[in-house]
Design a protein around this ligand. Structure first.
Ligand code: PGA
Length: 266
């Protein structure tokens, strides 16, 4: 894992945006894995700014989102398709037919299972994901892979945990149906991405971040499996990094890495 600790959430977003741009520049037809939630909004704002300034085009990009709620329509304000349209897709020059969110509108389990299997097949058919963006839940989930999810799980139906439902309650009106099921990319699916960049900000993430980076591999903290990925970059603000035992070491590693890249290591 490459652990990068930056002063503010804004710095985290800028770092993530630079990484996304690097991947877009290097590939003729880049495939991005995208996440929803509060954390990546600043990243999407930054990408939209760069697009509006004429510095970035999404024309050749294909995207696959991590997850989608079951039980609300695609055009519901809280669906993840609506989220992505609102914060990114409607604001840039991406071809909407190149954007993918798991098809979760049906209430028929067989159709949902079929759609989930198809999602993994679609990712494989385009040659896999070049860069997967992730957030982390306070319970250590990635996507909606809740604690005790199998490390080799594929895209599938998942029941949300009590803590995830509580965390997402703020987005739904008091008398409104709040989904408790979703289709999520599996952990096995996520691990097949060539590179992974996980963003975490705020002190409420500090405990999950510590378990992910310094804890044992455990399905109780699904994100801990990222320790086994060859190219996982974890970008944190000071607050999210505040419980790390080896925080000073990670900061030192990053300084030394940058010096090496500048030809300045002795
Ligand atoms: P958040 O969610 O960015 O809204 O904190 C992250 C997640 O649950 O994966």
């Amino acid at each position: 894992m490459q652990v990068i600790i930056l002063p503010t959430p804004k710095d985290v977003a800028l770092h993530a945006a630079n990484k996304v741009v690097d991947v877009i520049i290097k590939k003729t037809s880049p495939v991005l894995g995208l996440a929803t939630g509060s954390t990546p909004i600043a990243l999407y704002n930054e990408l939209v700014c760069r697009h509006q300034a004429g510095r970035l085009s999404f024309k050749s990009i294909r995207t696959f989102n991590l997850d989608e709620y079951i039980g609300i329509d695609e055009d519901h304000k809280q669906s993840y398709r609506s989220f992505m349209n609102r914060y990114l897709f409607d604001l840039v020059d991406i071809d909407l037919t190149n954007t993918h969110v798991p098809a979760a509108a049906s209430l028929d389990p067989e159709t949902l299972n079929h759609n989930a299997a198809l999602y993994d097949a679609e990712i494989s058919a385009v040659g896999g994901i070049d860069l997967q963006i992730l957030g982390i839940g306070t319970n250590g989930h990635i996507g909606f892979n809740e604690p005790t999810s199998s490390f080799s799980s594929r895209t599938r139906i998942k029941t949300l945990s009590e803590s995830t439902i509580a965390a997402n309650k703020r987005f739904f009106m008091a008398d409104e149906f709040q989904p408790y099921l979703a289709i999520t990319m599996g952990i096995g699916t996520i691990l097949e991405s060539r590179e992974i960049l996980l963003m975490a900000t705020g002190k409420e993430k500090a405990s999950a971040v510590k378990d992910m980076i310094e804890g044992p591999l455990s399905s109780m903290c699904p994100a801990s499996i990222l320790q086994t990925h060859e190219k996982a970059i974890i970008v944190l603000d000071e607050e999210a990094a505040s419980s790390l035992t080896l925080k000073e070491y990670y900061l030192w590693c990053e300084t030394k890495r940058q010096q090496l890249h500048k030809g300045n290591c002795v």
